[in-house]
Ligand binder design. Structure first.
Ligand code: MRU
Length: 333
């Protein structure tokens, strides 16, 4: 699954414009911080680990004015903690080298940003190894949103587990939630999984209950944007109802995320900042309007799944019960 979602190329942050998928695989070069911040806000680049990598490169772009660069990037999206984690790392390097010329500072910052990118690759592989050990040949798996190559620097978190299981020769069938309102599941996950030859079936979000009731889902694997210290997990809106359904139907529900997605400063999910996006995203898609022009709409981008609905959290450090996250505190990277 060689997809270069975020890269440093020709003094720019080169990203896949994910709003164009699956119609078109288009790359754009963000040459300055303003352009990158706008791309993040519009979800041209998205997914928690990919946002961390993009933020790292963003600080290289804005090396001449670290304070304002970090401030602008930090204000782009509030929920995925990987973005803030990467900014903290970059800020520390910048302050340690504050006496360098901008040209030399850029070099050390780029080194750190590339390190964040290459660590994410290794992390994806480690999580996939642990996660695939939970999959048996013949399993049918449900996933939500996109936690794949398009959301990381490698082949993903939840989808990485599926790619690994396939590479081990396990026969799996995947159901992908379309993921209203911006259709990351339909547009991105189905595109990715089909490219890799995994048997994939798209469902509308409201079909998951019937699918489970018919015994067609064995396990659920999802990613995460921020995990509180007690294991409560914020992920794309629609994850929480899936977890409730999974509990009712006695289906295992797994969260796959790097340690950098765990926010040990936040005790429980009620403290996780949830991004609220524009009502127009719910009232239509692109230029197609589906609701009356002056209607009201509520558009939270994420929800919080309480830890007691999660079977286990799969990180690069191993498979953990949500109540046992403290065992790996301070061990990211
Ligand atoms: O709004 P998005 O598309 O950035 O939301 C992404 C998700 O919710 C993913 O599941 C999460 O970031 C994990 S990605 C490995």
């Amino acid at each position: 699954m060689a997809i270069k979602t975020v890269e440093w190329k020709n003094n720019s942050v080169r990203i896949i414009d994910q709003t164009k998928l699956p119609r078109e695989l288009k790359f754009i070069n963000c040459r300055d911080v303003k352009m990158l911040v706008s791309a993040i806000k519009k979800l041209k680049v998205r997914g928690a680990p990919a946002l961390g990598v993009a933020a790292g490169f963003g600080v290289v772009l804005g090396a001449a004015d670290i304070k304002n660069t970090v401030r602008a990037l930090a204000a782009s999206r509030p929920t995925a903690v990987n973005l803030f984690w990467a900014l903290e790392r970059m800020k520390k390097v910048a302050y340690r080298h504050k006496n360098l010329s901008v040209k030399d500072l850029k070099k050390v910052l780029l080194k750190e940003a590339l390190k964040i990118q290459s660590e994410d690759k290794k992390t994806c592989r480690a999580m996939a190894g642990y996660g695939a050990s939970l999959i048996k040949s013949g399993d049918t798996i449900l996933t939500h949103c996109n936690a794949g190559a398009l959301a990381t620097a490698d082949y993903g978190t939840a989808l990485g587990v599926l790619y690994k299981a396939k590479s081990e020769g396990k026969k799996i069938k995947v159901y992908a939630d379309e993921t209203r309102p911006l259709l990351q599941g339909a547009r991105l996950t189905v595109w990715e999984l089909m490219r890799s030859g995994i048997d994939t079936t798209l469902i509308c979000d409201n079909m998951a209950g019937s699918l489970m009731a018919q015994g067609k889902v064995k396990k659920v694997f999802v990613g995460a944007d921020r995990i509180a210290a007690n294991g409560d997990t914020a992920n794309k809106i629609g994850t929480y109802p899936l977890a409730v359904l999974a509990k009712y139907h006695k289906i295992q529900f797994y969260v796959v995320a790097p340690v950098s997605t765990i926010d040990f400063n936040i005790k429980s999910g009620k403290h996780i900042p949830i991004e609220c996006r524009h009502a127009d995203e719910v009232k239509g898609f692109g230029t197609v309007k589906t609701a009356p022009a002056n209607s009201k709409a509520w558009n939270p981008a994420f929800d919080v799944t309480p830890h007691n609905l999660i079977t286990a959290i799969i990180t690069e450090k191993g498979i953990l019960h949500p109540s046992r996250l403290n065992a790996i505190a301070g061990r990211s990277g």
